[in-house]
Design a protein around this ligand. Structure first.
Ligand SMILES: *Cc1c(COP(=O)(O)O)cnc(C)c1O
Length: 411
């Protein structure tokens, strides 16, 4: 039997094979965006070379082909996250748009006097600001559950806040700034027990965990294609069918209508009711190629992607703990391929510039998560190395060699 060979996997990602500033590239910024396998690039080229056409309208061969591939992609996503119906998969341009859609079009349908919306201090701004602003507009209470110093949602405080006034809970499955995996199953059950609806921000979870929305029981789940080895500009909102039926339309125009007269308009059925205008056809098809690619690996080497990542993650933690002057954050909790850290007495931005000179890409700053950075008293943010299954142990060792140099040079 063949085994999972990361060097063979790397052959599928052309971008990884280049020099940056005279050094072989080490890409450790996967939490910001992931690289695309050749299969995804080929799918885009194929679409524009042979199939380009608008969907759901033309009665000609190209339009039929484009529509078929576009709708097959919806079914591929449905199976990938185990949704009940393909109509529960709504195309958006990313996690941000998916969450804004629910905050703008669903929240008003359940708003009531004295209602509370709960988020956590660990949220990405995309799962924070839309709720905060909608609460101001609708006169709802906006409750932010604090995080513990090691990057977990404070469950005692969460429990204390839960009562019959809570209408919505929106939390992340994996904190993008720290990588910590949150106990979302428990969070969802507790929210449902008081009658609240739950949205899970799955932007980080989707590439690192085995996501099953029915098993989770969440009402909404949002993710972006570009963090799942697919193109930018395509994302998914999953919602339970009856809730999507109840949700108001988000944007209006073509595709989303059934009949329009001068006096009134009736809207299309799910999922089209939420997909106004010509959709991002090519990138939706690219998302299918990315999932097909992952499924092929998972079929051939069950669990190998996750096991390889976990081994890398452990190596990352070990090296971090042994590195003098390095403070890792949340390192004692289960994390999804992320290490966030600071170096004593050295500014993050100076470090990342020196790393870049050595061909190493990591992220620095607040990671679009200012509330948690403020809480941890890290105004300059952190350095964040984030993994994917195409990374190697050598990538991590190169990072620490480079950090050693940075320390000598800057410290
Ligand atoms: C990246 C990210 C987002 C935002 O995703 P976009 O693709 O920029 O819309 C939201 N939440 C988390 C946890 C993220 O990692």
């Amino acid at each position: 039997m063949s085994t999972f060979d990361v060097n063979k996997i790397r052959q599928d990602f052309p971008i990884l094979h280049q020099e940056v500033n005279g050094q072989p590239l080490v890409y450790l910024d996967n939490a910001a965006t992931t690289q695309k396998p050749q299969a995804v690039i080929d799918a885009l080229v194929h679409y524009y070379t042979y199939d380009n056409s608008n969907v759901h309208r033309g009665a000609h061969t190209l339009a039929d082909r484009a529509t078929r591939h576009f709708e097959e992609s919806r079914q591929t996503v449905q199976k990938f996250i185990n949704a009940n119906y393909d109509a529960e998969i709504i195309w958006t341009k990313g996690t941000t748009e998916s969450i804004n859609m629910v905050a703008n079009s669903f929240l008003p349908t359940i708003a009531k006097k004295g209602g509370k919306v709960i988020v956590s201090e660990l949220e990405h701004h995309a799962n924070f600001v839309p709720w905060q602003q909608q609460c101001l507009k609708l006169g709802l209470d906006f409750i932010v559950i604090p995080a513990t110093a090691d990057g977990m949602i404070d469950m005692q405080e969460y429990e204390r806040q839960l009562d019959e006034h809570v209408i919505m809970v929106a939390v992340t499955n994996v904190a993008n700034s720290l990588g910590t995996i949150q106990p979302v199953e428990k969070i969802i059950k507790m929210a449902h027990a008081v009658g609240a609806k739950v949205l899970i921000d799955g932007a980080q979870a989707i590439s690192h965990l085995n996501v099953d929305v029915q098993n989770l029981g969440c009402d909404f789940f949002a993710f972006s294609g570009h963090k799942l080895f697919a193109p930018t500009g395509v994302g998914v909102l999953y919602g339970k069918r009856e809730l999507l039926e109840q949700m108001d339309v988000y944007q209006m125009g073509g595709e989303m209508i059934k009949e329009v007269s001068i006096e009134q308009t009736s809207f299309n059925v799910l999922p089209f009711k939420f997909e106004a205008g010509t959709p991002n056809i090519a990138d939706v098809i690219g998302l299918k190629a990315a999932i097909d690619y992952l499924n092929a690996i998972d079929d051939k080497y069950p669990n190998a992607r996750y096991e390889h990542e976990e081994a890398l993650s452990n190596h990352l933690s070990q090296r971090a703990t042994a590195f003098e002057g390095l403070t890792p954050i949340g390192v004692n909790n289960k994390r999804a391929g992320v290490l966030s850290f600071t170096l004593k007495g050295i500014h993050c931005h100076d470090v990342s510039m020196l790393l870049d000179q050595q061909g190493i890409a990591i992220r620095t700053g607040h990671h679009c998560a200012m509330p948690i950075m403020n809480k941890l008293k890290l105004p300059a943010g952190t350095l964040r190395a984030s993994l994917s299954f195409y990374n190697t142990k050598q990538d991590i060792d190169r990072l620490f060699d480079a950090l050693e140099k940075a320390k000598t040079f800057l410290g």
